[in-house]
Design a protein around this ligand. Sequence first.
Ligand SMILES: *[C@@H]1O[C@H](CO)[C@@H](O)[C@H](O)[C@H]1NC(C)=O
Ligand SMILES: *[C@@H]1O[C@H](CO)[C@@H](O)[C@H](O)[C@H]1NC(C)=O
Length: 250
Amino acid sequence: MRRTALLAVAVCAVTCFWALLKFRGESEGGTAPRLESDKAMRLVCISDTHDYHQEIEIPDGDVLIHAGDFTEGGSASDIRRFNEWLGTLPHRNKIVIGGNMDFALGIMSKAEADDTLSNAIYLQDSQVEIDGYVFYGSPFTPKFVGVFQLYNATDTQEMISKIPDRVDVLITHGPPYGILDSPSSGGHVGCQALERKVMEIDPKIHVFGHIHNSYGSMRQGDKGTLFANVAQYSKFEGNRSCKPIVVDLP
Ligand SMILES: *[C@@H]1O[C@H](CO)[C@@H](O)[C@H](O)[C@H]1NC(C)=O
Ligand SMILES: *[C@@H]1O[C@H](CO)[C@@H](O)[C@H](O)[C@H]1NC(C)=O
């Protein structure tokens, strides 16, 4: 009898915990989605602004993250314009990765790109640590159009193998397979190898974009990783609900 009661309490506690996690992951209100706590590091996440960055209202925070496609087939001068805009924002740190449509970035050396994006920390299969949190960024996506493309399994393996085992904030241009990765035509177009890697390393958050139609956030995985597709472009195709996603890191 007593054992049954204890078991019931345990089951209830676990259920409540999951319900809470789930609720936090889905608590998107009319304003930018706000998740969790007070003394945390605030991340403000966007991607796929495609030359429309100036028309997006960006909330303040500790770290602004742009997960790629800030231009639309951009030249070096488009990237410089984006960099000037970054310079006007108040965030203490700005982290940027490229996307398949950031053409000029795809042919620049890393040093040239660092130079051109002088108002940001530019990650290209590389990491930076801020206040003890490890941020890792990669621009690569499965073969589609443009630059930073994974053409075959060898390319994919090379990209995946560079991702370290300890990452707090994973930033990739494309989604992992099966998570916020459905284009308007339906189905899933995310990267399968990336999905396996993310589930293995359980970052606190995985920020990506690329698939404009799948904007949103959800929790998944053993440690309740927050997955956020932060693509802003649908906003300019009529879906006004696509706003920067704000996350407070515990
Ligand atoms: C994979 O694609 C790359 C181009 O990104 C090419 O250099 C390489 O030879 C290809 N490897 C195989 C095994 O096909
Ligand atoms: C607009 O985006 C919101 C948030 O992701 C989504 O729930 C909604 O279905 C989208 N609306 C349309 C018309 O695509």
